[in-house]
Design a protein around this ligand. Structure first.
Ligand code: PMP
Length: 358
């Protein structure tokens, strides 16, 4: 018997989730100093956390286990989202909540409209569920009829929607969501980017106990490296999620930073506004070159269709100049690049490099 014989055979065809590489690894690979990297490939918040948030994380009692009931954090999040603390579950990033929900529902199949954030497919497969991918329409709105059909045909009890969607940046239409909430399925609406635009669907939870909204501190609060996210749902569903999560899933530094970020949210709102303004300026300047066509976005990134040349080559040439954007090697996004909104200097470096490539 080999080691492989002891392991699950159904994971043999699992494609790796392709995560972005950390700054220092990339800088070393490209031979440029870290401070010269223009990192527009992972929708991170390049302003970084506020000093007060950093200080809170640094002051955490690292020798003490975190609170498994997440009492303070759930209360602070509930105040921010305007729900009851019993409706909130925190996790090690929104990714952790995606995993918890899949394991709680344990469906044979999971329906994902594509193009989509890759983690739904990846975690579904790891949990032994079949991801059923339903192509969005040409304007990237949902194909509601096909999704409904897929849920009914496969017995999928779980649907993942993203609002605004990654990588397309468009918001979810409320009528589309309502048409799906009547299904016998848990409908997850991932609002990882909602602080940058789009109207939250949290108020719909009151009438739809099968709706779960996911959020994260990774983007607006610039805490991607600390891993804090949360879900908002009916209290019944939240209680079940609390029962199966790892007790210490949010570490003490992450909890302290998240609490500080919520406390200082008025200050952070200024950088959110700056990023939104930069999204608009970046879109205008890049579109002005004449060969990159933007899709309207309400998130902190923009998907561009590249005309007249291969997107892969543009991404590679930018990379040589220390500018990182996201290229997707898959048919439904062929000829596209996703570019995050950064600081004004990041946009300037991007536009200068693209002008050189024009
Ligand atoms: N959902 C979406 C749509 C995302 O794009 C991302 C991050 N790329 C996440 C969730 C993950 O968030 P977190 O860092 O909180 O795990």
């Amino acid at each position: 018997m080999t080691l492989r014989d002891l392991l699950r055979p159904d994971l043999d065809d699992l494609e790796d989730y392709v995560p972005v590489k950390p700054y220092d690894v990339l800088a070393a690979e490209l031979g440029v100093p870290v401070e010269r990297l223009v990192k527009l490939d992972a929708n991170e918040n390049l302003y970084g956390p506020l000093p007060a948030v950093r200080a809170a994380a640094a002051a955490a009692d690292l020798h003490i286990y975190p609170d498994p009931g997440q009492t303070r954090l759930r209360a602070a999040i509930a105040d921010y989202v305007q729900v009851d603390p019993a409706q909130v579950v925190a996790g090690a990033g929104a990714d952790d909540l995606i995993d918890i929900i899949i394991r709680l529902v344990d469906p044979p199949a999971v329906v994902v409209p594509t193009p989509a954030f890759g983690m739904y497919r990846f975690l579904a497969k790891v949990a032994g569920a079949t991801p059923i991918e339903i192509r969005r329409r040409p304007n990237f709105d949902l194909d509601v009829v096909a999704i409904r059909h897929a849920v009914q045909e496969t017995g999928a009890r779980l649907v993942f929607l993203t609002h605004p969607n990654n990588p397309t940046g468009n918001p979810l239409q409320i009528a589309e969501l309502e048409a799906l909430l009547s299904l016998d399925a848990i409908v997850v609406v991932d609002e990882a980017y909602i602080e940058f635009g789009g109207r939250t669907v949290v108020p719909l939870i009151r009438h739809h106990p099968n709706l779960v909204v996911l959020r994260t501190f990774s983007k607006w609060a610039a805490l991607a490296g600390l891993r804090v996210g949360y879900s908002v749902s009916s209290p019944e569903l939240a209680a079940e999620m609390m029962r199966i999560k790892q007790p210490y899933n949010v570490n003490v530094a992450a909890e302290a930073a998240a609490l500080a970020a919520l406390e200082h949210r008025a200050e952070i709102a200024k950088t959110i506004a700056a990023i939104v303004a930069e999204r608009e300026r970046m879109t205008r300047l890049v579109a002005g070159l004449g060969w990159l066509e933007p899709l309207p976005s309400v998130a902190n990134f923009v998907l561009f269709a590249v005309h007249g040349r291969p997107a892969r080559e543009i991404a590679a040439s930018l990379r040589q100049r220390g500018i990182l954007v996201r290229y997707y090697d898959r048919p439904d996004l062929a000829g596209h690049l996703r570019i995050s909104a950064g600081r004004p200097a990041d946009t300037d470096a991007l536009v200068t490099a693209l002008q050189e490539l024009s």
